[in-house]
Design a protein. Structure first.
Length: 157
């Protein structure tokens, strides 16, 4: 990870982002350092990035392009993913407790074995996603498109 892109795409998403620098400041925030800052990836193109195993607790991904992004084993507790475009991404074994997916598009996403307890799934598109063995207890679920979703062995209560 590092600096990539050339400024802004036609859709207004940021592309010139120092991912490494943002993650370093975010880690300082998580450690309680006064010069730490919450990771802000709002409206950023992060397509095909690898965040596997990363600590992204409370990170802001509102409106971000997360297509084909890898979040395997990542900690996204309390992350804000409202309005994000998340197609064919991998959240397998990710910690997504209290994450907010309101108005997001999550088509073909792998959520297998993820912990999504207490998350918000409101007015979002989850078509063709895999929730095999996913913990969905106490998740707020309203107006979700569940077409062709795999919920095998998922926990709801």
């Amino acid at each position: 990870m590092g600096l990539f892109g050339s400024g802004k795409e036609r859709d207004g998403r940021r592309t010139n982002v120092d991912i490494t620098g943002i993650l370093e400041l975010h880690q300082k925030f998580l450690n309680g350092d006064e010069d730490g800052v919450v990771a802000n990836f709002m409206n950023t193109n992060l397509a095909a990035q690898d965040f596997s195993g990363a600590n992204l607790r409370y990170a802001d991904f509102r409106g971000a392009n997360l297509n084909q992004t890898n979040f395997t084993n990542a900690d996204l507790t309390g992350a804000n993913l409202q309005g994000a475009n998340i197609r064919n991404a991998n959240f397998s074994k990710a910690l997504l407790r209290y994450a907010d997916f309101t108005h997001s598009v999550c088509v073909g996403v792998n959520f297998s074995s993820a912990d999504m307890r207490n998350s918000e799934l409101v007015k979002c598109d989850m078509r063709k996603s895999d929730f095999t063995q996913t913990d969905l207890r106490e998740v707020t679920i309203r107006q979700v498109n569940w077409a062709n979703v795999n919920l095998t062995n998922s926990l709801f209560w």
